[in-house]
Design a protein around this ligand. Sequence first.
Ligand code: NAP
Length: 283
Amino acid sequence: MTTIIDGKNLSEKILKNLKEEIIENNYTPSLAVVIVENNPASQIYVRNKNKKALELGIKSQIVELDENISQNDLEKEVERLAKDNGINAILVQLPLPKHIDAQRIIEKIPPNKDVDGFHPYNAGKLLSNQNPFAKPCTPLGIIKILDEYNITIEGKNVVVVGRSNIVGKPLAVMLTNLNATVTLCHSKTQNLKEICKSADILIGAIGKPKFFTHEFVKNNAVVIDVGISRDENGKLSGDFDFEDVKDLTSFITPVPKGVGPMTIAMLMSNTLELYKIQKTYSN
Ligand code: NAP
């Protein structure tokens, strides 16, 4: 029997708890989201993040910048937010325009305001299995899903396909820290099908609609679909061919309403955690 994971419902539970914690304690967390690229998808993500934050009682501001902004001016803008004591969490929406060196921008965010956990300080802490200020939201949301559905990680063969710095790589590290045996695959991986077929937990994060069919999935595997694309009919689609693989799996995340809502919930959770850390040190 397949269990379809309800990421939407789980995220709503998490958001409700965060809202209660904020109200009960009179917390005043604040988030700044910087958006540069004039990309409709990014703009939708940013507006959704902003709306969700405001619903929870998180002060949220969108800093919209011209897509022709220079590296220097963008760095200055992030530095301004970094110095602002009224801002606890900074997110720079990726991707940035091609003329911008994104890594240098990320490095301008103070590690204790780095809500995405992308700063090398936080990435290094994660790699050393120590506590970063924040862990990347999508991988963190996936770990929460596995935990909530009592899916054992320790000792399992986990295959992660996609090695981006925002999803695949940090996820592989987090799963390794939780004692999984992790194989991290990418576009140059040979025998991808065979490797995927050996996975107890198979995670696709490549951005290719319906790429993974039943040929990639072991019987009873747990499937986590991170990909979000539009298919040929304009319908939202994950990296897995859901109908083709569903019956083979023990658990599967749908797209939409799987990993996506958990990413936003983790962003809110990280914002609150950063606020609490800064509050502790300023008292
Ligand atoms: P990305 O930076 O574009 O990286 C894609 C990765 O997939 C790369 O490592 C690439 O390999 C690998 N890849 C591409 N084609 C492949 C193939 N045919 N076989 C094996 N590996 C392949 O992507 P990303 O930012 O991690 O995002 C991946 C997907 O997740 C996108 O659809 C994105 O929209 C979605 N996403 C969803 C959420 C969410 O909240 N649900 C959050 C973030 C991203 P190389 O490294 O060799 O090029």
